[in-house]
Design a binder for this molecule. Structure first.
Ligand SMILES: CC(C)(COP(=O)(O)OP(=O)(O)OC[C@H]1O[C@@H](n2cnc3c(N)ncnc32)[C@H](O)[C@@H]1OP(=O)(O)O)[C@@H](O)C(=O)NCCC(=O)NCCSC(=O)CCC(=O)c1ccccc1C(=O)O
Length: 275
């Protein structure tokens, strides 16, 4: 983060490198902005997302948040696998860790509805991000799926448990065990997304819903979000343990093989490296 802050309707928001933050009336629009890596996140990207969500959460003028990706190819494709293949981690961050579990909690805990505007591929950790948003609007060109077991990663916290609440156990297990990629029409049929619109109408559709929320009582919306969350809040403990497990797994030969194979564009050989 630089010291060169930008002023957003009275609130100081740091100048970001990996995301953008804009205020549009009562909506904060947070855009993951690494299109050369299909908006995959590094540990620094996650730090910036945390800062942006905190800013939007504490800004009394903001009543809803839109999360989207730059360009028309990807919403977010999860962790930057090339970075992991190069350095064995997701790069430097404020705590030295990938604080993705904190980001997940923040998306849930921020007392304002978060709308995912999925403009392309939502894969791996990027898929988990949209699943955790309160509502999802997808472009008709969007693609969805989990890829962790193919690339030496997993989310055994909200990424599996909350997904099962959204689409049901059978479909959640299919998504994680087969790692298929699903189109927007299938995602809508499965209840993974609220609605599908043409790509060029995506942001207007998301802003329209955000404006409707802006007309409602913020306190009523806040209590409702907290009530919806209460039933699955215990999954936060599971998520903390899952992220610790993922940190350990990433250091193993089996975990490293997935990232190396992705970067080298070859099929991984997990069997010979199994724990
Ligand atoms: C997204 C794809 C299916 C798109 O396929 P396609 O349209 O054919 O485009 P490509 O040519 O493959 O990609 C274009 C270009 O972008 C680069 N790229 C794409 N994704 C990534 C990425 N995640 N990291 C780095 N770079 C990426 C790609 O290499 C190409 O570059 P070139 O220079 O042109 O070669 C397909 O790209 C795909 O499957 N991508 C990988 C998706 C993936 O495996 N993501 C990581 C999952 S693991 C993860 O997210 C880590 C974090 C984590 O562990 C986690 C945390 C919390 C919850 C869940 C998880 C989790 O495990 O999922």
């Amino acid at each position: 983060m630089t010291t060169n802050d930008v002023q957003t309707m009275g609130l100081q928001v740091p100048e970001f490198t990996d995301i953008t933050y804009e205020r549009k009336a009562t909506t904060a629009v947070i855009t993951m902005n690494r299109p050369h890596r299909y908006n995959a996140f590094t540990a620094h990207t996650v730090d910036e997302l945390i800062t942006a969500f905190r800013a939007a959460g504490s800004d009394r003028g903001v009543q809803s948040i839109i999360l989207t990706g730059a360009g028309d190819k990807a919403f977010c494709t999860g962790g930057d696998v090339k970075q992991r293949a190069e350095t064995g981690d997701y790069g430097p961050s404020e705590t030295g860790m990938l604080e993705i579990g904190q980001l997940h909690k923040l998306i849930r805990d921020t007392p304002k509805p978060v709308i995912a505007a999925v403009n392309g591929a939502a894969i791996g950790g990027g898929h988990v991000l949209h699943v955790l948003c309160d509502m999802t609007i997808a472009a008709d060109t969007a693609r969805f799926g989990q890829s962790g077991p193919k690339v030496g990663s997993f989310d055994a916290g909200f990424g599996s448990a909350y997904l099962a609440r959204v689409v049901g156990e059978k479909r959640a297990r299919e998504i994680w065990f087969l790692n298929h990629i699903y189109d927007a029409e299938t995602a809508e049929r499965w209840g993974l997304v609220n609605k599908v619109v043409p790509l060029n109408e995506l942001m207007d559709a998301a802003l329209e819903w955000a404006a409707e929320i802006g007309e409602k009582s913020p306190t009523a919306i806040r209590f409702l979000k907290q009530s919806f969350n209460a039933d699955t809040d215990h999954q936060a403990g599971l998520s903390a343990m899952a992220m610790s497990a993922l940190d350990l797994y990433a250091t193993t030969p089996e975990g490293k093989e997935g990232a190396a194979a992705f970067a080298e564009k070859r099929t991984p050989d997990f069997a010979s490296k199994m724990l």
